[in-house]
Design a protein around this ligand. Structure first.
Ligand SMILES: [Zn+2]
Length: 301
């Protein structure tokens, strides 16, 4: 009798005291919000009085989530810059409406005329001056689209990778002719999503089919060049040139896109505090977001 009572009391004690504790520990932990996302959220509140979900719906749209992770560093640009009001522009009209509002500046580098947001251009000219003092040059790579690009420019670049890769993987027998035909006819946003799905299986769409298409070509409408805050630099392999650019607020923020620099206009020592982390890739320093696009989707807020 006594033994049964002890068991009963212990059982009740477990239900009352320990079960809630077990439940608390077994609950799913909420998704951790990265420092980068927090900083961007607060900047967008300040600049546009709206949240990230309106400008880049990372919780509803897998492509937006990926774009935010790969190119989102641009949302950290200094206060004098006009931040993008969308992470993916859907057409030329949206791009032009944004670009018209930007305070921009054009300059000739040799016979190439390029256009950037004004603070970005001013910093570039300062960097160029400093480089010239050391007998170095900083010049655009690939003509005038080294800086500002239109929606059409980004679409043309996308297609230059997308179509050859479709053919390549079809010939390899990895994608069927029917899938190729379907993919060609998809609306652009679904095409991008499909490419990113194939890349999960190792079917890469970069020029050499060895890495993600996003490491050299942006999804149409999503390029930092559209935001007029990016420059492809001819002398990108020169360490001294990269140091000078970094000193003037130009950093490499798109993984493995070696000639591509992003204007942030902040000091390098402050990048950690904004949620960027340095990575060395082939000896080049990239500052990448700490945002994990792979993490599970959750309900949008
Ligand atoms: Zn670029």
């Amino acid at each position: 009798m006594k033994f049964k009572r002890v068991i009963f009391i212990l059982g009740m004690a477990f239900l009352v005291f320990f079960l809630p504790v077990v439940q608390v520990f077994s609950q799913k932990k909420p998704d951790k919000i990265s420092l980068f996302q927090k900083v961007v959220e607060s900047r967008l509140r300040k600049n546009y009085n709206t949240g990230l979900s309106k400008i880049c719906p990372i919780n509803k749209d897998a492509v937006a989530r990926r774009i935010f992770s790969e190119y989102g560093a641009v949302f950290l640009a200094e206060d004098n810059v006009m931040l993008p009001n969308k992470c993916i522009f859907e057409d030329e009209t949206q791009v032009q409406l944004f670009q018209m509002k930007v305070a921009s500046k054009s300059e000739s580098f040799g016979d190439v005329l390029i256009q950037l947001q004004e603070p970005a251009m001013n910093a570039l000219l300062e960097a160029q001056k400093e480089a010239a003092g050391k007998n170095l040059q900083i010049s655009p790579r690939g003509g005038s689209i080294a800086a500002k690009r239109s929606y059409q420019n980004t679409l043309t670049l996308w297609n230059s990778r997308f179509y050859p890769a479709l053919d390549y993987w079809m010939i390899k027998g990895k994608i069927s002719p029917e899938e190729v035909s379907d993919a060609r006819n998809l609306p652009i946003n679904e095409q991008v999503a499909q490419v990113l799905e194939w890349e999960k299986d190792g079917l890469y769409f970069s020029a050499g089919f060895t890495k993600s298409i996003l490491f050299s070509v942006a999804a149409p409408g999503a390029s930092q060049h559209i935001f007029m805050l990016a420059l492809d630099v001819e002398q990108f392999s020169n360490l001294e040139v990269r140091k000078i650019l970094a000193k003037h607020g130009w950093f490499q923020t798109v993984k493995s896109d070696f000639p591509h620099f992003t204007y942030l206009g902040v000091e390098e020592k402050d990048l950690f505090g904004l949620g960027l982390k340095p990575f060395l890739i082939n000896g080049y320093k990239f500052w990448l977001t700490d945002f994990e696009f792979q993490s599970k989707k959750s309900d949008d807020s």
